[in-house]
Structure formats: C-alpha cells, structure tokens
Design a protein around this ligand. Structure first.
Ligand code: PRP
Length: 212
C-alpha cells in the first residue's frame, strides 16, 4: 500500500479531483467524513489529510511515501524530498503586498514584513540587499498593515480578493506556486513499482487521459 499525505485546505479538492482522474478514488462516504486517514476504493492507497506545512514532515520521515503540497510550502521547508511532478493544481502567486503602492521606493530605514513565509521573505529581501524585520504570523496576514504591525506582507494570492478587500496591492512578485507531488527517497527505491505507477497515472491524468 502507498500512503499519500494531502495538504488540507486550498489543495485538497483539486488533489482529490486529479487523483480521481488518475483512477484513485475515495468513496463518497470517505470524502464526506471527518476521518483524517482513509483508504481509496481499491485498497491500494491510503490518504492522510494534514496541515500543508506538515506534508513534508510526514513524507521526509517515511510515514507517508508521497505527498501533495504547494511549492510555497516546499520553499519554506528544509525537508529532503524528491519532486517528480508539477501537478499544476491550486495555482497561485507568492507576492509582496502593501497598503502604500510606493512603499518600496519611499522606504527609509528598515521595513517590517508580516508573513507565514519567513524563509521565502528572508531569501527574497536578502537577495535584494534590503534589510527587513520579519514578523512571523500563522495566518490572516492581510490584517497586519492596516493595524500598524507591518509595512509589507509576503503572502499567497489566488484571486486577489483578500488583498483587495483589505486595502492592499501587490508591489512585487516573488514566484508562482502550484501543487507538487513529493516522494520519500527510500520509498522511491523500495516501492519503485507502486510509486512509478502512481506517477505515471498522474502524468496521464495531467495530459488529459483518464483511467477507468
Ligand atoms: C490564503 C492566503 C490569502 C488568501 C488569498 O489564505 O494566505 O489570505 O488565501 O486568496 P485570494 O487571493 O483568492 O483572496 P488561506 O485561506 O490559505 O488562509 P490563511 O489565512 O491561513 O493564510
């Protein structure tokens, strides 16, 4: 059996839809349940539904053989994983946003950056030689500029609605992010056949094919 850790939240529905197109389906009962570990209809795959940031942890430790998680999370993680496939799902951008569109050009002194993504932010501003103070938050980062906690945020944008409705605009783009298949190094060797089948089925589904 292959165990796949799926990032809960924005990734989950797209991941399950893609897996279904690859012939790996959960029963309606499992989909509608609150169970965090479930088995697919064939009994060949077990899914673990975990917080996005925990997917690399489960996979690196070999508790899950594979995972589906956003590139944003992987950029933030130091886990040593194989990344055989860009699944193209849950596409979004990692951006720098602010209330003042000119904040970067007007900046005097050190700017404060609120974010869940402290590694990504540190790398981004470090590569530009901009000293910043990074304020790590767990979510609802868009609140920080309006409340005076930060001058900038680094966060994900999908539709742009959260930024707009909190009076923020994009002032710089860091990167795109999509869902990736990640694989544990040992599973890739020891379960080569089963992992290979999964990768091929997903690749076929991505190319428009569908397994019965
Ligand atoms: C993400 C992200 C933004 C929002 C962007 O939050 O952090 O807040 O989605 O989506 P939009 O551009 O379509 O409005 P998420 O829902 O993952 O929750 P969070 O507050 O925990 O970051």
């Amino acid at each position: 059996m292959i165990t796949i850790a799926i990032a809960k939240g924005r990734m989950q529905d797209d991941a399950l839809a893609l897996l279904a197109r690859a012939g790996i389906r959960l029963s309606a009962d499992e989909v509608n349940s609150r169970r965090l570990a479930v088995t697919d209809e064939s009994g060949e795959y077990r899914f673990l539904f975990v917080k996005p940031g925990d997917v690399p942890v489960y996979v690196e430790h070999g508790i899950a053989d594979c995972g589906v998680v956003g590139r944003d999370v992987l950029l933030e993680s130091e886990a040593d994983l194989l990344l055989p496939l860009d699944l193209g799902i849950a596409r979004c951008r990692i951006v720098v946003a602010a209330a003042d569109p000119e904040v970067l050009t007007r900046a005097v002194g050190m700017l404060r950056v609120a974010t869940k993504y402290s590694q990504i932010a540190a790398t981004h501003f470090g590569s530009r030689g901009m000293p910043v103070e990074i304020i790590k938050l767990s979510g609802s980062v868009e609140l920080a500029p309006a409340l005076g906690l930060a001058d900038l945020i680094v966060d994900l944008v999908e539709t742009g609605r959260t930024l707009r409705e909190n009076g923020l605009t994009v002032v710089d783009e860091i990167s795109e992010s999509t869902g990736r298949l990640v694989v544990n190094r040992a599973s890739y060797q020891l379960k080569a056949h089963a992992v290979g089948q999964l990768v091929n089925a997903l690749r076929l589904a991505l190319n428009g094919g569908e397994r019965a």
